[in-house]
Design a protein around this ligand. Structure first.
Ligand SMILES: *Cc1c(COP(=O)(O)O)cnc(C)c1O
Length: 223
């Protein structure tokens, strides 16, 4: 088992451009398997639930050079915990949440790395800004001085064909370029967190800098 994880990680890592950061999504993956991934060189781990992550972080506290990424929908009442537990939050999906995180970050003296989650196509299953909403909220986001706004995150709606998925990723990159061109003092667009097991190749072609991979590394969690 652990050697096959090692192989999968090595194979995928070597298929990615060096500039792309491989984020291992370990929801429902045991800490034993996470240790195998760590042994294979993974240092970026992503979780989508605060509680599940908390117990794993305790079990893995000897691995002090892990960077923890939060990728789930973050409820406001868990924002403080998220800041204690994670240095990256990819799923900041509305202005109120950004402002709450900003306020808490100031109190705690931390400056989390965040991505703003955008919804290029309407998707009732997901949170996130539509592009026009995001552009409207930029002045307020720019005031969130305690956040290190790094870029955009997106997840295409389920069931699209490859060409449509690719256009979602390309559109996300274009919006990031547009925002970058506006020269905000506190909003940088250096990262595009996009691409999961089924579509990461398309995301990389479209300019992803971080891919979030679960199934392809660890197998299907639902079986
Ligand atoms: C689960 C999850 C992933 C990983 O998905 P796979 O298809 O298993 O690679 C990536 N991003 C988010 C936000 C997720 O919830």
């Amino acid at each position: 088992m652990s050697s096959s994880i090692n192989e999968r990680i090595t194979t995928i890592r070597s298929s990615l451009p060096n500039s792309v950061r491989l984020i291992a999504v370990t929801k429902q993956v045991s800490t034993e398997v996470m240790r195998s991934a760590y042994a294979a060189g993974v240092r970026d781990f992503a979780e989508s639930r605060i509680q599940e992550a908390a117990s794993k972080q305790v079990e893995l506290q000897d691995l002090t050079d892990i960077t923890w990424h939060f990728i789930g929908h973050l409820q406001s009442n868990k924002a403080k915990k998220a800041l204690f537990q994670f240095s990256w939050i990819h799923s900041v999906d509305n202005l109120q949440l950004a402002q709450r995180l900003n306020q808490l970050a100031q109190q705690l003296g931390v400056s989390p790395q965040v991505c703003l989650q955008v919804k290029i196509l309407p998707d009732t299953n997901k949170a996130g800004w539509s592009p026009p909403e995001l552009l409207t909220d930029l002045p307020a986001l720019n005031e969130c001085n305690n956040l290190t706004i790094q870029g955009l995150m997106t997840i295409p709606p389920a069931g699209l064909d490859d060409a449509k998925i690719k256009s979602v990723f390309n559109r996300t990159r274009e919006i990031a370029e547009e925002i970058e061109g506006q020269n905000w003092s506190n909003i940088k667009m250096q990262h595009l967190s996009m691409g999961m097991s089924g579509d990461y190749k398309l995301a990389v072609e479209a300019g992803a800098t971080m891919v979030r991979l679960g199934t392809i590394l660890f197998g299907d969690r639902s079986v």
